[in-house]
Write a protein that binds this ligand. Structure first.
Ligand code: DX5
Ligand code: ZN
Length: 227
């Protein structure tokens, strides 16, 4: 599905003491996606939050809940996150003991969209056998686990390869990029074919998240994409 590139603000960098306040501007600006990082302290060396928080913030916005599961054995938790209000559930290719196609099937059985994410060290070819089943591929441009890291140069090459592959097969799968995205590299990732840009530190870490989001969205609009 061809879509204009969009910023997906990442909850990870929000102030958890006042989440409803932090999310109050999303609907006003028609922010389409909210990126939500779930970490289990096992698949990644950090722990964030689970379905209780997701359920609570579901009433704060109508944005698509783009839930990024950085957890081991994701199959076990699909139902929980589907019921908590996730709209799109992304698992890591490196995480599951189960076959990816089985997990995708499970996600879809709840009427949710399915994504697969790959870490910086995972080849882009390894996700290709599943792309025809997916709504989204998430290219990690930092090692998953923490916000505020620096973009790993060269991640755009993976985006470019994926974009060409998806186009050549005429598939309905969008490319999301996650990690270290800010004003300086938005033109690069968008021109490489990324359509959903996760921004944690660069939006919720900013003094004025709402204005910063608007500014970053304008940067996207200034990039002329030629494929
Ligand atoms: C990192 C998470 C990211 C994080 C990105 O493991 O998957 O979604 O929120 O944060 P920034 O934009 O600060 O790199
Ligand atoms: Zn993420």
């Amino acid at each position: 599905m061809e879509m204009k590139a969009k910023i997906a603000p990442s909850l990870l960098s929000a102030d958890f003491a006042c989440l409803s306040e932090q999310l109050s501007w999303l609907d006003e600006l028609n922010v389409e996606y909210l990126h939500i990082d779930v970490m289990d302290g096992h698949f990644v060396p950090n722990i964030t939050f689970g379905q209780c928080v997701i359920k609570s913030i579901r009433k704060c916005t109508k944005a698509v809940f783009d839930v990024h599961l950085m957890i081991s054995d994701p199959m076990k938790y699909i139902e929980m996150f589907a019921n908590a209000g996730a709209d799109l559930i992304t698992i890591h290719l490196e995480a599951g003991s189960q076959k990816p196609e089985e997990i995708i099937k499970k996600i879809k059985s709840y009427g949710k969209k399915a994504g697969i994410s790959i870490k910086p060290g995972t080849s882009v070819e390894s996700v290709m056998p599943y792309i025809h089943l997916l709504d989204l591929v998430l290219v990690m441009s930092v090692e998953p686990g923490f916000g505020g890291q620096k973009y790993i140069p060269g991640s755009e090459n993976k985006i470019e390869i994926l974009n060409k592959y998806i186009k050549s097969k005429n598939l309905n799968c969008i490319i999301e990029v996650d990690g270290g995205i800010d004003e300086s590299n938005i033109p690069l990732v968008v021109s490489s074919g990324a359509q959903l840009l996760v921004c944690g530190n660069s939006v919720f870490g900013a003094k004025t998240p709402k204005q910063t989001y608007q500014k970053l969205q304008k940067v996207i609009e200034s990039v002329s994409v030629q494929f």
